[in-house]
Design a protein around this ligand. Structure first.
Ligand code: NAD
Ligand code: MG
Length: 395
């Protein structure tokens, strides 16, 4: 039996992870589940999976969860607060940690798992966006194993040779015969809408992704293509890629999850129905394979594949992210923090859709040159940028 910790268990990735584990109860047992404040979901999942620990970030929610579990005779120990996330992530009994908290809030606990040398299944791309260099150094230094969950990076990982898979962050792509990583994205729900009408996009329209079912923040990021920008930065660190080694391609069907082009002209790809249970099952079982419950791909119903070049006017966030990646960790941290605040404001109806990019750009300009040498510096910069972005929102 392998012990699994799921950080962000109540979310979209957390629930898909439980769906895969449910099919393989003899192989994985849940050591800990964590959530911010979703008590109902945590009661249900603790009763089903009887983890040793359940963590709620919110103290009141933790009290309520503990009371309800006690009433059911469930022996799961309930812990509260952010520090407890790091404690379960680094717990000596944990074999694997699914890092599926959304946003910068996921960085400390994901890093705690890395520093404890765990097998880390990385969904929280924001960790790498903020601290890519420090993060990959910590993976190396503490002997952690990193397995990408983001469908594109999981596809790239699967299409790369073993020598690269085993040396993430420090691999030599060119030496392994790779000429380019082809990072695909659907283009979101507005890829064919008039650019001039995009300022009027509503939150409901933005979170209705045509192919994937995901949490609200990443759904908005997919619509702006900030998600692809964050994934570009994620790919840069995971695969030690230079700017000219990553190309973004719009592929509206979301069946090819990304590709690797080799210098002999071969292109290897990973394909499948758009369902996160596939990369989750892959990373859980790697290097073995287990069933994920995902329907096999039916090429006759897919019919056709198409490819487009991303349009800079439609997706300013993509350009900003690529520029921030070249500028360094202060810029990517600023971009990420401003984006999180802007997306939240957009979802609450306080900011226009196209204004998200404006705030991200302003934050990169103001804070992109900040000196950041440590994780504490990055977390402090994140706080500072959030504060400033909220002020910009008020005027
Ligand atoms: P979600 O919003 O559905 O779930 C987020 C989880 O994080 C919940 O369990 C929530 O309780 C927890 N959480 C929220 N704020 C927190 C905080 N401040 N402290 C601690 N826990 C907190 O998000 P999601 O769509 O599952 O995405 C999770 C991560 O996976 C993100 O980084 C996202 O970019 C990445 N990802 C998601 C998908 C997808 O299909 N949903 C695909 C690729 C990558
Ligand atoms: Mg993705």
């Amino acid at each position: 039996m392998e012990n699994l910790v799921i950080l962000g268990a109540s979310g979209s990735i957390g629930q898909s992870t439980l769906k895969v584990v449910r099919q393989h109860r003899a192989r994985w047992q849940i050591l800990a589940l964590t959530a911010a404040r979703s008590v109902d979901a945590m009661v249900r999942d603790c009763l089903e999976f009887t983890p040793r620990f359940a963590v709620m970030v919110d103290e009141l929610a933790a009290g309520e969860l503990a009371g309800r579990l006690r009433a059911h005779g469930c022996e799961t120990r309930v812990l509260a607060g952010e520090q407890a996330l790091c404690e379960v992530a680094a717990h000596p009994y944990a074999d694997s940690v699914m890092a599926a908290i959304v946003g910068a809030a996921g960085l400390p606990s994901t890093m705690a798992a890395v520093c404890a040398g765990k097998r880390v299944l990385l969904a929280n791309k924001e960790s790498l966006v903020m601290s890519g260099a420090l993060f990959m150094e910590a993976v190396h230094q503490h002997g952690a194993t990193l397995l990408p969950i983001d469908s594109e990076h999981n596809a790239i990982f699967q299409s790369l040779p073993l020598e690269v898979q085993q040396n993430l962050g420090f691999c030599d792509l060119a030496g392994a015969g790779v000429s380019k990583i082809l990072l695909t994205g659907s283009g979101g729900p507005f890829r064919y809408r008039e650019v001039d009408s995009l300022h009027g996009v509503t939150p409901e329209e933005a979170i209705a992704h045509p192919n994937w079912s995901m949490g609200p923040k990443i759904s908005v990021d997919s619509a702006t293509m900030m998600n692809k920008g964050l994934e570009y930065i994620e790919a840069r660190w995971l695969f030690n890629a230079a700017p000219e080694q990553i190309q973004v391609i719009i592929h509206p069907q979301s069946v090819i999850h990304s590709m690797v082009q080799y210098k002999d002209g071969s292109v290897l790809a990973q394909l499948g129905n758009p369902d996160m249970c596939t990369p989750i099952a892959h990373a859980l079982a790697y290097p073995a394979r287990v069933s994920s419950g995902v329907e096999p791909l039916d090429f006759f119903s897919v019919g056709e594949f198409s490819f487009l070049r991303p349009d800079a006017a439609r997706y300013p966030c993509l350009r900003l992210a690529i520029e921030a990646c070249a500028a360094g960790q202060a810029a990517t941290t600023a971009l990420n923090a401003a984006n999180e605040v802007a997306v939240e404001a957009f979802l609450q109806g306080r900011l226009g859709f196209m204004a998200i990019a404006g705030l991200a750009e302003r934050a990169c300009e103001r804070f992109g040159g900040a000196a950041v040498g440590s994780l504490d510096d990055l977390m402090a910069l994140d706080t500072q940028v959030r504060h400033q972005t909220r002020q910009w929102l008020e005027v």
